[in-house]
Design a protein around this ligand. Sequence first.
Ligand code: NDP
Ligand code: 8X3
Length: 248
Amino acid sequence: MKTILITGGTSGFGRAAVKRFHGAGWRVIATGRRAERLDALADALGRERLHTAAFDIRDEAEMRAAIDALPQAFRDIDVLVNNAGLALGTAPAQRADLAQWKQMIDTNVTALATMTHLLLPTLIARRGAILNIGSVAGSYPYTGGNVYGGTKAFVSQFSLGLRSDLHGTGVRVTSIEPGMAETEFTLVRTSGDQTASDTLYKGAEPISADDLADTLFWIATLPPHLNVNRIEVMPVRQSFAGFQVARE
Ligand code: NDP
Ligand code: 8X3
């Protein structure tokens, strides 16, 4: 039986992935700050193959304590899904909130790198896999994407760098880069503006959390000699727009 650790298991992609892998018979570790959401998952799925750990992923000491406290049956982690992350704000850089920038960097970059560093010995021993959730925002700039896009560019390049460093270990690394997906992402980004969230997704047939969970499951269950390096997934209704020109 394989074991997977999914950060950000309380919502969106992460929660859907917890259910997807658990449903397929995997042992799952789900993390997130909202303990009541993790408890609800345990109520639904039971605790035999689900372990939950509630902590703020920006707190390295809490993260280490949670990994140290893993029950024996959950210690041999085969797959790490670095999913916990967020965007905050849509203002252009010159009007952005510095505290929001730092929270995005601490969560999307520092915590992701820290968790990876902590679990690398186990993942190497298991010839496991690291699935990092990047974003199309890491490749394609848009106004107001500034630091969020920068953090996701880090995820993409860090994933490729890990592939290189882990050469010969058998560990697989993938950067999964979704486009517009309907989760709590926009609610978080707009500090709880449900109308903004509903308006953004209306009529767009966005990616669903279950769609992305299926993508993660497909990658995690490929034959062990195959590695998906980077994968972009978008709704058909979303594509690219052109450059802008500030004319005289
Ligand atoms: P959600 O807001 O639905 O889920 C985000 C998850 O991250 C939650 O489980 C949340 O848990 C967790 N999280 C955030 N901050 C922390 C923290 N400090 N400590 C612990 N956990 C934290 O959004 P998505 O499911 O959409 O987002 C998942 C990932 O997908 C993110 O990395 C996001 O950037 C990325 N992404 C999203 C896209 C989209 O359009 N939705 C597209 C491309 C990428 P809790 O609040 O309980 O701590
Ligand atoms: C989330 C996708 O386009 O809103 O990463 O930045 S986008």
